[in-house]
Design a binder for this molecule. Sequence first.
Ligand code: FES
Length: 108
Amino acid sequence: MSYFQRHIFFCLNQRDNGENACAQHGAQAGFDHCKARVKAAGLAGPGGVRVNKAGCMDRCAGGPVAVVYPEAVWYTYVDQSDIDEIVDSHLKDGKVVERLLLPEHVGR
Ligand code: FES
């Protein structure tokens, strides 16, 4: 068994050169909300879920983005209710949230 059941990585990358980056699209708020929601749900810690910061994951055109492992499922989100759904459905129960999936072709 692995130390954590699941990881979710949030791109928090910021660019100061005017190029698109997840930080300009509410990534920090999404990360903060996810962290709080995972903790409140009792999912945080060994055997549970780890919410991690990440730098650019090269899929900026769909930002803000997050990816869940070990399933390697990529999400894009807009607001806190999207994060709630990812936590309650995927991180807790392992059910992928189809409506928030990042389309396969989306890159940088
Ligand atoms: S800036 Fe977020 S994936 Fe590149």
